[in-house]
Design a protein around this ligand. Structure first.
Ligand SMILES: Cc1cc2nc3c(=O)[nH]c(=O)nc-3n(C[C@H](O)[C@H](O)[C@H](O)COP(=O)(O)O)c2cc1C
Ligand code: SF4
Ligand code: SF4
Length: 282
């Protein structure tokens, strides 16, 4: 029977899915495996938990939010990652600031759930808050590295299917207490937790697309115009999906944070890849 790679992703604006595909497609070719893509981005996609067969290879991809797995998804991620020693690969995408504890948290959840993590990648993507941070990422160099990573992972997955493999080591804390505190240009904490987007009713064509892409199911409508009623995680899906450019975030604390990260983290960072380290013979 053909091996199966089951991939899961949270990707409100598509950057994480792009990275995941660029890794999973060459991996599937190398392993002669079928690949399935499962989104858990929308609320209805998180209603049922995945079921893994013992032979499934699992690839899990998430964006970095405030240095960790997005907090509104972490309960689902922890409940979903249940296996019986399945080889698994963790992928985090980040907007050129930092991935902090995200890989450690995701790899930790895999381990806690009985999977066997064999590799992890933190890949730079466009920062959805900004037009400049991480612009054009993943670039050709990132994609080439993802190809190489797929070759290494194919080897590690085959090794894990044959017997014990060394423990995967990634930086950060598996059970961190805090999230990254966003700062303003004056280095004071930026308090935009409650900020929500707004809609320019003169531009809005009442197409309803923003409502369909909200991962929190938080967009209602008043006479066809979106109303931002519920929790907003600032994912930017509604703003970037709007064909009329009618949605914006105008909260001054949020805008100051965006200015701060654009100034401070302009220098392009490298994507990072973590593979199994061979133990030295004693
Ligand atoms: C609420 C929020 C918090 C974020 N926090 C970070 C961060 O701590 N570090 C970072 O480098 N990028 C951060 N980003 C940028 C995202 O990780 C990046 O844009 C990611 O590719 C978005 O994934 P998507 O395109 O699949 O939605 C954040 C984005 C959002 C929306
Ligand atoms: S309302 Fe907030 S959570 Fe919903 S899509 Fe827009 S930015 Fe994302
Ligand atoms: S996507 Fe834009 S144009 Fe369409 S309903 Fe939403 S705000 Fe209006």
């Amino acid at each position: 029977m053909k091996a199966k790679i089951k991939t899961y992703y949270f990707s409100p604006t598509g950057g994480t899915l792009k990275v995941l595909r660029s890794f999973a497609e060459p991996l599937a070719m190398l392993l002669h495996a079928d690949v399935e893509y499962h989104s858990y981005t929308l609320p209805q996609e998180r209603e049922a938990l995945p079921v893994f067969d013992k032979d499934d290879i699992v690839v899990w991809a998430t964006p970095v939010y405030a240095g960790r797995v997005p907090n509104k998804t972490i309960d689902f991620v922890r409940q979903a990652l249940h296996g019986a020693g399945n080889p698994s690969v963790a992928i985090a995408t980040f907007g050129n600031r930092a991935y902090d504890n995200t890989l450690a948290e995701l790899v930790g959840a895999m381990r806690d759930g009985g999977m066997r993590p064999v590799g992890a990648a933190a890949v730079v993507t466009r920062h959805v808050f900004s037009d400049t941070l991480g612009a054009g990422r993943p670039n050709a160099c990132d994609l080439e590295c993802l190809d190489d990573f797929a070759v290494q992972m194919a080897g590690s997955i085959l090794a894990a299917q044959r017997g014990p493999v060394p423990e995967l080591i990634v930086p950060g804390e598996a059970h961190p207490e805090k999230y990254y505190t966003p700062l303003k240009t004056n280095n004071a904490p930026a308090g935009f937790l409650k900020a929500k987007p707004s809609c320019d009713i003169h531009r809005c064509t009442r197409c309803g697309r923003c409502k369909d892409v909200c991962p929190m199911g938080s967009i209602g409508d008043r006479d066809g115009v979106p109303s931002f009623d519920g929790t907003c995680i600032k994912c930017q899906a509604c703003r970037l999906e709007c064909p009329a450019g009618a949605i914006a975030f105008t909260d001054p604390e949020y805008l100051s944070h965006v200015e701060m990260i654009e100034r401070t983290f302009a220098e392009p960072k490298r994507s990072k890849f973590f593979t199994l380290i061979k133990r030295k013979k004693e």
